[in-house]
Design a protein around this ligand. Structure first.
Ligand code: PEP
Ligand code: MG
Length: 595
């Protein structure tokens, strides 16, 4: 028998604490058994059986989309994406081909087709794109359910609400959950950037992802404590442990209510220096969360999602509608739209290029857009058209030279001219920014101000390139240090250049949303911070409890230290002392499920 209070460690994906019984969904994802078909008749029956399963899956997806609860309607696009994946030739035609040419049974043929798709995804480095494999897998599992007669619809309808434990849950499956049926969930798969995590947050369902072997370690009916702050799952807790977590849970509820109450207040320091606290979003659906948590605007709209579809590129009109929706919903607040940050090998999109040895250093972001000008122009047109409906800024990712800024602005000018000739309205004064994510851009920051109306520091990439630490590599994750002296100096450098040219300097990497770093950043002169919406209330609270003078002192001290360990010790010590309540809950509340 296992001892009590056994602890499993996963990745925190959605904050909160729940105590309850596990319901394990274990039979999903095993290799399908092989059965060979011997007659032509069998082959054609098997092909029909597969087609029928596809039709049923399609009907199910359409029904789910129609029945989706109102607060999740905006997530319907995921089901649409699944409908497209379902008929994608790599899955659909390939399965039929394998049945016909290799005489495989439908389950096995589908399994093999799916494995091939997975291999293609595995070669992609970008975590956002890699995350799309979850959608293909979700479609695969749904299809297997219809082929084998075991569908997923029964999963969430257990009579008692439970903590769901699964190998993986797709965003569409997650969006079928409601807090009344599902206390929380634990998955083996899933990265921090997954939409599953985003949806869990918008439903306010605590979740832990990336917990290896969860479906083996946890048995259905077993009592669990799920800690969405630390990523811990405690099996068969004893009374003392339960009490401890119940108290934490109550304290958290009180803390959250208190913090959220203040989220609409302005983000001024205690001595009156105004700051802007903005939200990062990937989808229009996240706007409501941004508003709920008091965002002063959108500081980073990552626009990749619409490009990750199958078959065709988004049209100018589709992009325009998407941006307009965000701009109108946020008005009169400002929306900063980042142009396409995509590159290299894009499976499941029409942008198929040769796989790159080192995609992080490859044809991505602005480099890709300057090469694929047609795609870029279409996006710029859509952004400009949306600018007629509210306050819009545009910014270019991964800028590493003045030439890139010049070229991008030149294209923007040409597109403006085109719209002007057609009489299409847009904001001719829309600010144009450069993302500072590459050390070269830091060094050139003073020059870049010639072409940039604002800067936004993307620390996720800047830290990766400055410290040569792959942001997605678990092996070196402990070396990925925002308070590294080199990083602090770079931020100082960018702020200086921005100040000298009188242009605003924002930050939109994950560093900006972690309360631990707020006084240092304010002290360095960054006064526009963009983050995961859930982090906003806590960050605003830290700002309101800090004076600019204190913040400057923290930054000064931090800059004097020679090693990252010294800076960490100093900053953590200082923050623990000043904000004991926030560092009990706040940090995990705010720490994005981001990268
Ligand atoms: C960054 O690099 O900090 C950033 C905000 O962009 P992304 O995380 O989308 O690369
Ligand atoms: Mg980046």
């Amino acid at each position: 028998m296992n001892p009590k209070n056994r602890i499993l460690q996963g990745i925190p994906a959605s904050p909160g604490i729940v105590l309850g019984q596990a319901q394990v969904l274990s039979d999903r994802g095993a290799p399908a058994t092989l059965r060979l078909l011997y007659t032509e008749n069998e082959v054609s029956e098997e092909m029909d059986r597969f087609r029928l399963a596809v039709d049923r899956t399609e009907e199910e997806l359409i029904r789910l989309k129609e029945e989706m609860p109102a607060e999740l309607q905006e997530h319907g696009y995921l089901l649409e994406l699944h409908l497209v994946i379902l008929r994608d030739r790599r899955l659909y035609q390939e399965t039929l081909r394998l049945i016909q040419e290799q005489n495989l049974n439908a389950e096995r043929a589908l399994y093999q087709a799916f494995q091939k798709v997975k291999e293609l995804f595995q070669r992609i480095m970008d975590p956002h794109i890699k995350g799309r494999i979850a959608d293909v897998e979700a479609v695969y599992r749904r299809l297997v359910g219809h082929l084998t007669g075991k569908t997923l619809s029964s999963i969430f309808s257990a009579s008692e609400p439970a903590i769901i434990v699964a190998r993986d849950l797709s965003p569409a499956e997650t969006s079928q959950m409601s807090a009344s049926q599902v206390l929380g969930f634990v998955t083996e798969r899933g990265g921090r950037t997954s939409h599953t995590a985003i949806i869990a947050q918008s439903l306010e369902i605590p979740a832990v992802v990336g917990l290896d072997n969860a479906t083996w370690e946890i048995a259905s009916g077993e009592d669990l404590i799920l800690d969405g702050f630390t990523g811990r799952v405690i099996l068969d807790p004893d009374d003392a442990m339960r009490r401890r977590y119940q108290i934490r849970q109550e304290e958290f509820e009180t803390f959250k209510a208190e913090v959220v109450q203040g989220s609409a207040l302005p983000a001024a320091t205690s001595d009156g220096q105004p700051n802007r606290v903005l939200a990062n979003i990937e989808l229009p659906a996240e706007v409501s969360l941004a508003l709920k948590y008091g965002a002063d605007g959108i500081g980073l709209y990552r626009t990749e999602f619409l490009y990750l579809r199958l078959r065709q590129l988004p049209t100018e009109d589709e992009l325009f509608q998407d941006y307009k929706q965000v701009v109108e919903a946020m008005a009169p607040r400002e929306v900063t739209i980042r142009t396409l940050d995509i590159g290299g090998d894009k499976f499941l999109s029409p942008l198929e290029y040769a796989p790159e040895m080192n995609p992080a250093l490859g044809l991505r972001a602005i480099r890709f857009c300057l090469k694929e000008q047609k795609i870029f122009r279409t996006q710029l047109k859509a952004i400009l058209r949306a600018s007629a409906f509210g306050k819009v800024r545009v910014m270019f990712p991964l800028i590493s030279s003045l030439r890139e800024m010049r070229e991008a602005r030149q294209l923007l000018k040409e597109v403006q001219e085109e719209l002007r000739l057609k009489g299409v309205p847009f904001d001719p004064h829309m600010p144009v920014g450069a993302m500072i994510e590459v050390p070269a851009a830091v060094t050139l920051a003073d020059l870049l101000t010639q072409q940039a109306d604002f800067f936004s520091i993307g620390t996720n990439d800047l830290i990766q390139y400055a410290l040569a630490i792959d942001r997605g590599n678990k092996q070196v994750a402990d070396m990925y240090q925002p308070l590294h002296p080199a990083v602090l100096r770079m931020i100082r450098e960018v702020v200086r250049a921005g100040r000298a040219a009188k242009i605003p300097v924002a930050m939109c990497g994950e560093m900006a949303g972690d309360p631990l770093y707020i006084p240092v950043l304010l002290g360095l002169g960054v006064n526009e911070l963009s983050m995961n919406a859930m982090a906003i209330p806590v960050v605003k609270r830290v700002i309101r409890m800090t004076s600019l003078e204190e913040a400057r002192e923290v930054a000064r001290q931090a800059l004097r230290k020679g090693t990252v360990e010294e800076v960490n010790d100093y900053v953590i010590g200082e923050m623990d002392r000043r904000f004991p309540d926030i560092f009990r809950f706040g940090r995990t509340l705010a720490t994005n499920p981001g990268t």
